[in-house]
Write a protein that binds this ligand. Structure first.
Ligand SMILES: *Cc1c(COP(=O)(O)O)cnc(C)c1O
Length: 326
């Protein structure tokens, strides 16, 4: 079955009257990570959310939010975004035949994400200010009734995102001991906590990685100074017995490199914050751990290029190639 509404309809706020707007999101791979497992002394799996249609987990929530918006008869949706919510809103709005207005902090969104939202037909407006300021503006337009907000403050987003926990429980035959993930606005932490609670298969310890320098981190998808879900997210982490780790960018980047080079999974830097947080957690030997990789590495090709060796340029001569590559 393709799409989270098709797969989990009975656990989502939809009825037979809800028009389903889907791009086949969800059902993402849960990959074993043998090398990083050895290093951490645990049984580590990677929930590869970069495999979603627009390259991030936002699609799980957007299919529900956009379906409900279409059902309600709205004409236009709005979001503030560091890039991935905008790309997802653009795609699902196009699919639904709705207008999407996306507000991005000027100069703070990767080139690929700006291009993605634009190519999908969204009206992209860059705000001279932070993500947090853009979100305040988006909420005001939502209150005025001209647009419906599809940020994670829209409760349908969290509902859709909880389905990732269902998939993990089904695949592992129960909840993992530990679930690690990035913590930006905190919506996804809430979504996983709710998903595991509803699956009634046990609750993992939640280990959430946030940027120590929230306002300026190079991990642009979690560059959020004032997390909208801070109270609920930190409470969920505390009640699980886990912790929030505040991470310097260098630790996030090191985890990002490790995922790429040790396991062959290129996520975006923000997505590596969960693994970086695991590096600081005390993990029981042999614990079953799932690390959520929230978005695809091609979303931030600037960082990928900057952190990689320059390609070698040679003539098409086998000897020159052999010499240059030795
Ligand atoms: C949105 C996003 C996050 C942060 O999720 P929150 O729900 O805001 O905590 C992390 N990583 C990526 C790639 C994202 O797109």
């Amino acid at each position: 079955m393709h799409g989270v509404i098709a797969r989990y309809r009975d656990r989502l706020p939809v009825t037979a009257a809800t028009p389903v707007v889907s791009l086949g999101e969800g059902s993402t791979p849960l990959l074993a990570a043998p090398r990083l497992s050895d290093r951490l002394g645990v049984e580590l799996y990677l929930k590869w959310e970069g495999a979603n249609p627009t390259g991030s987990f936002k699609d799980r929530g957007m299919t529900v939010a956009m379906s409900k918006a279409l059902e309600a008869g709205v004409a236009a949706v709005i979001c503030a975004s560091t890039g991935n919510t905008a790309a997802s809103a653009a795609a699902y709005a196009a699919r639904a035949g709705l207008q999407a207005l996306v507000l991005q902090p000027h100069g703070a969104v990767t080139g690929a994400k700006v291009a993605q939202a634009g190519a999908l037909g969204a009206r992209v407006v860059q705000v001279r200010g932070s993500f947090d300021q853009a979100l305040v503006a988006a909420r005001t337009l939502d209150e005025r009734g001209t647009h419906v907000l599809v940020n994670s403050l829209n409760p349908h987003r969290i509902e859709g995102q909880k389905t990732a926990a269902f998939e993990i429980v089904e695949e592992l035959g129960g909840a993992p001991d530990v679930l690690a993930l990035p913590y930006g606005g905190g919506g996804n932490v809430r979504a996983y906590a709710r998903g595991f609670a509803e699956a009634a298969a046990g609750s993992p310890l939640l280990v959430a990685g946030e940027a120590a320098e929230r306002a300026t981190t190079l991990a642009s998808a979690i560059r959020i100074a004032e997390p909208a879900h801070a109270d609920e997210a930190t409470r969920a982490v505390r009640e699980s017995g886990g912790r929030v780790a505040s991470l310097p960018d260098e630790e996030i980047l090191q985890a990002w490199r490790d995922l790429a080079r040790e396991e062959g999974v290129l996520c975006e830097p923000s997505s590596a914050a969960g693994l970086a947080a695991l590096g600081r957690a005390e993990l029981a030997p042999g614990a079953r751990v799932v690390c959520v990789l929230t978005g695809h590495g091609l979303k931030d090709s600037e960082t990928a290029a900057r952190e990689s060796a320059e390609p070698i340029v040679v003539d098409p001569d086998p000897d020159a190639i052999a010499e240059a590559s030795s």
